[in-house]
Design a protein around this ligand. Structure first.
Ligand code: NI
Length: 165
């Protein structure tokens, strides 16, 4: 297993739309294992393959005391309710903010052998899954924020880059 590099906003590779997994092979196993290791290394609760520059529809999640799981080709089939969730992202280390999400979701996913599994999620788990699926579609949680907040964020990143150089 190895820790991979996590892409950081505003890297354009975070905007690529991931392709469905078609081969359930050793490569996929290694990818999932590396994603868990990379996520734990950064103390995250979720990671999408997009964030390590692998553009396949794979997600890992570990919300302590709630759920540890991986999702392959996840597809939300039903949503209900709305909530404001307080979110951060390993690819956007400068920001935590509120994002509108569905409160409850049903989804279809696959296990490592390519067998379909159905999942129901609520609360933090539901929010985390929605956040990670957004990554697979090239979307970041900052896209939900006002343009004023986003321009402040870009200024902050540029300032830090200047100080670091
Ligand atoms: Ni994220």
């Amino acid at each position: 297993m190895s820790v991979r590099e996590i892409l950081k906003f505003p890297d354009k590779r975070l905007r690529k739309v991931a392709k469905p997994v078609q081969k359930f092979d050793d490569y996929l196993d290694i990818l999932i294992n590396d994603m868990f290791e990379t996520m734990y290394h950064s103390d995250g609760i979720g990671l999408a393959a997009t964030q390590i520059d692998v553009h396949l529809r794979v997600i890992v999640i570990d919300i302590k005391d709630v759920e540890k799981l991986y999702l392959i080709n996840p597809e939300i089939t039903q949503t209900s309710g709305t909530m404001e969730s307080k979110e951060g992202c390993l690819s956007v280390p400068y920001l935590i903010d509120y994002v509108p999400r569905a409160e409850k979701i049903s989804l279809k996913s696959y296990n490592r052998q390519g067998k379909p599994k159905l999942i129901e999620a609520t609360g933090l788990l539901a929010v985390c899954i929605q956040h990670e699926i957004d990554h697979l579609d090239g979307k970041l949680f900052v896209d939900y924020l006002s343009s004023l907040k986003r321009s402040r964020l870009k200024k902050k990143i540029n300032k830090d880059a200047t100080l670091a150089s």
